[in-house]
Write a protein that binds this ligand. Structure first.
Ligand SMILES: C[S@@+](CC[C@H](N)C(=O)[O-])C[C@H]1O[C@@H](n2cnc3c(N)ncnc32)[C@H](O)[C@@H]1O
Length: 214
C-alpha cells in the first residue's frame, strides 16, 4: 500500500487539476481584495506555496505588485512561471528557505500549511513576523480543523493533513507577534461529489516593537 504523499509528490502529481478544482475559491478572492486595498504601490509580496500562480500571484502582479512565489513542487513552479510571467517563482521548501528581516510588505500562505506539522507552522509564523516590514501584512487562508496527522484523500491521492481550529490559529498568530486585522470565513465546494469545506482567512500585522529605553 502507498503511504501518504508529501507536498512535492502530491502537487507534482496533481498539476493543473488543482486549479481546475480549487482555482475559484471565494476566500482567495476576498484575500486578494483586502490585500489590494491595503498594500502600498509596487509592494513586495512573498507567496508561500504559490501553486499555479492563479489567482493570487496573477492578481497582485496585475495590480503592479512584485510577487515572489516559493513552492516545493517543480510542476507547480513550472505552471506558475508559464501562467504568470511577470512574477518570480522559486522551487524551495519554505521550511528551509530564509529571507532578510523586514523585507516584505506582505507574506501570504493560502492553503499551504496543511501538509506541515504544527511545530513547522508555528516556526513559519515566527519567521513571517521577522520577514515583514513594520506595518506589513500576513495573510493566511486555511481549512480550519483541529486535526493533527490525519490520513485522508486529496484528488485521488493519499495525504496526511494537519491544521488548527480557527481560535487556535488566531492565538498562535498573536503569539508569533502579530495583531489580527481582519478575519473572514467562507464555505467552498470544490466538486459536486465532494463535501463542502469551511475556509478561514486571517489578516494580521506585526505588533510594533517598543524601542529600548535609552
Ligand atoms: C493547496 S495548494 C495551494 C496553492 C495556492 N496557494 C492556492 O491557494 O491556490 C498548496 C501549495 O503549497 C505548496 N507547498 C506545500 N508545502 C510546501 C512547503 N513546505 N514549501 C513550499 N511550498 C509548499 C504545494 O506544493 C502547493 O503548491
Amino acid at each position: 500500500m502507498t503511504g501518504p504523499l508529501d507536498a512535492a509528490e502530491l502537487f507534482d502529481a496533481v498539476g493543473r487539476d488543482y486549479e481546475e478544482a480549487f482555482g475559484h475559491q471565494p476566500i482567495a478572492d476576498v484575500a486578494v481584495r483586502l490585500l489590494l486595498d491595503r498594500l502600498p504601490e509596487s509592494a513586495r509580496v512573498l507567496d508561500i506555496g504559490s501553486g499555479t500562480g492563479r489567482p493570487v500571484a496573477a492578481a497582485l502582479t496585475g495590480a503592479g505588485h512584485r510577487v515572489l512565489g516559493v513552492d516545493v513542487s517543480d510542476r507547480m513552479v513550472a505552471i506558475a512561471r508559464e501562467q504568470v510571467p511577470d512574477a518570480d517563482f522559486v522551487r524551495a521548501d519554505i521550511r528551509e528557505w530564509d529571507s532578510a528581516a523586514g523585507s516584505w510588505d506582505a507574506v501570504c500562505a493560502f492553503f499551504s500549511f496543511l501538509q506541515m506539522t504544527r511545530d513547522e507552522v508555528l516556526r513559519l509564523l515566527d519567521r513571517g513576523a521577522r520577514w515583514l516590514k513594520p506595518g506589513g501584512l500576513l495573510a493566511v487562508a486555511t481549512v480550519p480543523m483541529d486535526v493533527e496527522g490525519v490520513d485522508t484523500d486529496f484528488l485521488g491521492h493519499p495525504i496526511r493533513v494537519t491544521s488548527f481550529a480557527a481560535p487556535d490559529l488566531l492565538r498562535h498568530v498573536e503569539q508569533a507577534g502579530f495583531e489580527v486585522v481582519e478575519t473572514r470565513e467562507a464555505v467552498f465546494a470544490p466538486h459536486a461529489d465532494r463535501p463542502a469545506e469551511q475556509q478561514f482567512l486571517v489578516l494580521a500585522t506585526p505588533t510594533p516593537r517598543t524601542p529600548p529605553t535609552p
